[in-house]
Design a protein around this ligand. Structure first.
Ligand code: UDP
Ligand code: MG
Length: 333
């Protein structure tokens, strides 16, 4: 057969504005580790619309080594979309997903792989020590607590993207159409046999995080909306509490009048309080419904979560598709 054999391990890495030195170090360390771990492997670098020379570097690296492949998205779609793109093209029996900035240390992969081979289809790395500052960790912890409450999930906040998943899991993941698929959350939701290992989280190789507070907040809100309708219940609950409070206030006014019929009820304050109160509750409700409606409209458009501009590596688009089609045919028969 003229086609190359499928690799045993694929590594999928989203890349956004990472420097050439980071990418070279990443590929170098990955190659060293993977050569010792598996007979065959591939490394897929997904350029998530970088504004720097990341794509030129990926192209150059992939020219020098056929095991390295590049996928370039047409613009910045976000790291989870980039991961989804990588998973669509990864051919390995096992797929490792990790960040490009070397915070996820390649040297942890053998342990990850061993754990998976021991009988798990999904193994995540539990980030034991995080180098980030206390404010970052506090915000992250707060977010995950709110997320877990609203989504009714038990998402582990020490789990990032760093993980290994089996071919079955990759195929299951690819069938989920959600536009905001959040890699870790979705994989967890999928089920299968899951486990985790503990490893130290590294420092960023160069530069600073590509996210700022605004992009993190936007992502947080998207996640909460995508994962739950619990906010609607919170709204109903709030309305209920307010209704009970106003009922208590009304009772108080009645009692007040009953105990001393001569005393006049303070009309203006009580009326205005009631009006503001009702308006407030209505606004909260409307706002929440609006948010969900907007989100629904966004989703109903059914747009793909990423668009590919070009590929780099020993195989062009057609060849990748050919191998994939063959693989799928083999699986079906
Ligand atoms: N990334 C991406 N698209 C983006 C932002 C980030 O593909 O829009 C990649 C980035 O290159 C890195 C990973 O996602 O490989 C995690 O990003 P970063 O290190 O900035 O996030 P943090 O570690 O601070 O959560
Ligand atoms: Mg990072």
């Amino acid at each position: 057969m003229g086609l190359r054999t499928t690799p045993h391990i694929s590594v999928v890495t989203p890349v956004y504005n990472e420097t050439g030195s980071t990418l070279n170090a990443l590929v170098g360390r990955l190659t060293a580790v993977l050569t010792a771990t598996a007979a065959d492997f591939e490394i897929i670098l997904v350029d998530d619309g970088s504004r720097n020379d990341a794509w030129e570097n990926i192209s150059a690296i992939s020219l020098a080594d056929p095991k390295i492949k590049g996928i370039r998205l047409t613009r910045n779609f976000g790291q989870h979309s980039a991961i989804a793109a990588g998973l669509d093209y990864a051919l390995g029996e096992w797929v490792v997903v990790m960040d490009a900035d070397l915070q996820d240390r390649p040297e942890v992969i053998p342990e990850l792989y061993q754990k998976a081979k021991a009988g798990y289809q999904i193994v995540f790395v539990d980030r034991a020590a995080r180098p980030e500052g206390i404010v970052y960790r506090f915000l992250a912890a707060t977010f995950y607590n709110i997320f877990n409450f609203l989504a009714g999930e038990d998402y582990h906040r020490r789990w990032g993207n760093f993980s290994i998943i089996s071919r079955e899991v990759v195929e299951a993941f690819r069938q989920i159409p959600d536009r905001d698929r959040f890699y870790g959350g979705t994989v967890r939701w999928l089920g299968f046999r899951q486990a985790s290992i503990t490893a130290r989280h590294g420092e960023r190789f160069v530069g600073t995080s590509t996210h700022n507070l605004r992009s993190r907040l936007r992502f947080a809100i998207q996640l909460i909306l995508g994962y739950s309708t619990r906010l609607l219940y919170v709204a109903i609950f709030l309305g209920l509490v307010m209704a009970i409070v106003s009922l208590a206030m009304a009772t108080e006014i009645v009692l007040y009048k009953l105990t001393d019929p001569e005393r006049p009820v303070p009309g203006w304050p009580s009326v205005i309080t009631a009006v503001f109160f009702t308006a407030g509750v209505t606004n909260i409700m409307l706002g929440l419904i609006g948010i969900y409606l907007g989100d629904l409209i966004e989703r109903s458009r059914g747009r793909p979560r990423y668009v590919v501009q070009s590929f780099a590596g020993d195989r062009n688009t057609g060849a990748i598709k050919k191998v994939k089609a063959l693989k799928e045919k083999q699986r079906d028969t």
